[in-house]
Write a protein that binds this ligand. Structure first.
Ligand code: F6R
Length: 609
């Protein structure tokens, strides 16, 4: 998704801006650009495609100055081409923008009627043109900026430089994140804390309605009425910003291999607390809701599937009914909201626009809101009543892997606390659960050590155009997650169904060319799934079965491939069975030579609706 980096420094700024763009690139983008104040004019360079195209352009056509703005664009309004790339500018002002200006058609008409011409198809270009309209009327840059901002509807974060104020950077935020960083050389500004340079000493999160003016020496923040606002720069927490692949071919593979230790440390974080009666955090949840009698879980994508696994866990182990919603539906669905109930929002980034809006909606309806996030100073974390961190470390691969596993570690902890609250587990049972959960890292390592077979299966799947996944019970969300991983990184069309649903339509698709990946732990539902497996086998389907040794033996006459997994207690199955699904998607994508870490059209943090 779009990213902003800007800086004002006592040194030449170009390499810092390029570095900032590189650090933003993991978010996904399709064009990039830079504008620099060279003392007299604002100059810009933009390129379609990867940042090295922009760097190449800059090597033949360089820019120099000490203040500049930069942007990675993920196209929303208009094609991903040079004209639509940011910065957008007039001779007086250049702007980079994240978010969507919802009233841009009206603003565009207003500006065109006033004689201003658009070069791009974007909503973003209305901003520099609107500012220029006010500059042309004789307003100062700060007043022109305020006037323009007052007219913008939607969510945005933006940075601007003015010809008239060659030593100042302006920034404004309404709904999209923006962070200011201070170093000995000056200030930087970014929409993503991961893009902040290593030498950053202090940071400050801008808030909605803020207008910041930044010089080499100073940060000043006002609201849109021009009143000064106190925003403190606080010492930056040391960042475990491991951005190397550690010898792995891709970040995704590295992150898959981090899962044993990530699960272990996330679970230990909650276990430590919950062992001593109750954790502070869990206590806080209880004090907000007294006793959770019903829980709403809201999220998007992979985080939503983690929520779906949790629904199975929480209902069956803790006896609490769970309403599960995709955030973009929940926020508009007008569902009756039970006062004093609890709502849980799951988001790796903590910035996903729909999940954030859903959280704000639930909060406005009096719900106790807690969030499970990876980025603990994200907007969602800041706005939740209770934050449950997943401590997965930075996830760079666009396709989420270790964050999913860490979300499951937090969610099984929540399940255990609720089960204990509801007196549905005895301490002996709880200890038994914990004993098993403490073995998860060893079990994941066991799965990771058998990748040869998965690679071979991936080779055959890579030749398919479509694939079906199926599972029952908590294996169904895994089937969904497995299909999502396959489609997003290999571009093979994949769908997932509850195994029992196949007969109600999708079985019509089954023939010899359709691989079917069946997620079937050898539990009480296994015999049911086995019947579904026979049905598709008799229609010629090539089946890949994920089960334990006993399950594989029972199905051996009907299957083409199998992935043998350890026999594990039911509650652990989703955590363990997800690992081979990730690997299958990964090796299929490698076989098809796609861009595994930055799949086309996708963004790491979806900050627009
Ligand atoms: C898929 C994936 C996405 C995200 C979704 C929500 O691999 O990563 O589906 O899970 O965009 O993102 P967060 O968790 O940041 O809210």
């Amino acid at each position: 998704m779009c990213g902003i980096y800007a800086a004002v420094s006592n040194k030449s700024i170009l390499s810092e801006l390029i570095n900032g763009l590189d650090n933003l690139s993991y978010r996904g983008y399709d064009s990039a650009g830079i504008a620099i104040m060279n003392g007299e004019h604002i100059e810009r360079r933009r390129a379609q495609g990867k940042i090295d195209k922009l760097s190449h352009l800059l090597s033949t056509n360089p820019l120099d100055g000490q203040i500049g703005i930069a942007h990675t664009r993920w196209a929303t309004h208009g094609l991903p081409n040079v004209q639509n790339a940011h910065p957008h500018m007039t001779p007086k002002v250049a702007v980079v923008h994240n978010g969507i200006i919802e009233n841009y058609p009206a603003l565009r008409t207003l500006l065109q009627n006033a004689g201003y011409q658009f070069e791009s198809e974007t909503d973003s270009e209305t901003i520099p043109l609107l500012i220029t309209l006010y500059l042309d009327k004789g307003l100062t840059p700060e007043l022109a900026m305020i006037k323009a901002l007052q007219q913008l509807e939607g969510s945005f974060a933006l940075a601007a430089i003015f010809k008239q104020y060659p030593l100042e950077l302006f920034a404004a935020r309404q709904g999209s994140p923006l962070i200011v960083g201070q170093s000995v050389d000056g200030f930087s500004l970014s929409s993503d804390q991961n893009a902040m340079p290593e030498q950053t000493l202090n940071t400050c999160n801008l808030e909605d309605g803020d207008l910041a003016r930044i010089t080499q020496q100073q940060l000043t923040v006002t609201n849109l009425s021009g009143d000064q606002i106190q925003r403190n720069l606080i010492a930056r927490q040391s960042q475990a910003n491991d951005t190397s692949k550690n010898g792995f071919a891709h970040f995704m593979l590295k992150e898959i291999h981090e899962q044993p230790s990530v699960f272990k440390s996330t679970f230990a974080h909650y276990l430590e607390h919950s062992n001593t009666q109750q954790s502070q955090q869990f206590k806080k949840i209880n004090s907000l809701t007294n006793k959770i009698s019903r829980l709403t879980i809201v999220a998007c994508g992979t985080s939503y599937y983690a929520g779906m696994v949790a629904k199975y866990w929480i209902e069956s182990i803790a006896g609490v009914p769970v309403d599960l919603d995709v955030a973009s539906e929940y926020r508009y669905r007008k569902a009756p909201i039970q006062r004093q109930a609890a709502a849980l929002f799951i988001s790796q980034s903590g910035e996903t626009a729909d999940t954030l809006a859903a959280l704000r909606h639930a909060k406005s309806q009096g719900q106790a809101c807690f969030s499970i996030v990876n980025v603990t100073n994200s907007t969602m974390a800041n706005e939740s009543d209770v934050v449950l961190p997943i401590l997965a470390g930075r996830e760079i691969g666009v396709a989420s892997t270790k964050a999913f596993t860490a979300q499951l570690a937090a969610l099984i902890s929540v399940t255990l606390v609720l089960a204990r609250e509801n007196k549905l587990v005895t301490s002996t049972q709880e200890n038994e659960f914990i004993k098993h959960l403490n073995q998860v890292d060893t079990l994941i390592n066991q799965v990771l050590s058998h990748q040869k077979n998965i690679k071979a299966i991936a080779k055959t799947i890579s030749l398919a155009s479509n694939a079906l996944y199926m599972g029952r019970g908590s294996a169904f969300p895994l089937a969904l997650e497995g299909a999502l991983k396959l489609k997003e990184i290999s571009y093979i069309h994949a769908e997932a169904y509850p195994a029992g649903e196949l007969k109600h339509g999708p079985i019509a698709l089954v023939d010899e060319s359709m691989p079917i990946i069946v997620v079937a732990p050898n539990d009480e539902l296994f015999s049911k799934t086995l019947s579904n497996l026979r049905e598709v086998a008799s229609r010629g389907a090539k089946i890949c079965l994920l089960s334990d040794e006993n399950g594989i033996t029972q199905a051996k006459d009907f299957i083409t491939h199998h992935i043998t997994l350890p026999t594990v207690p039911e509650a652990l199955q989703p955590i363990i069975y997800n690992i081979p699904l990730q690997l299958l998607a990964y090796y299929t994508a490698v076989e098809r030579k796609t861009d595994v870490d930055q799949p086309r059209n996708l963004a790491k943090s979806v900050t627009v609706e």
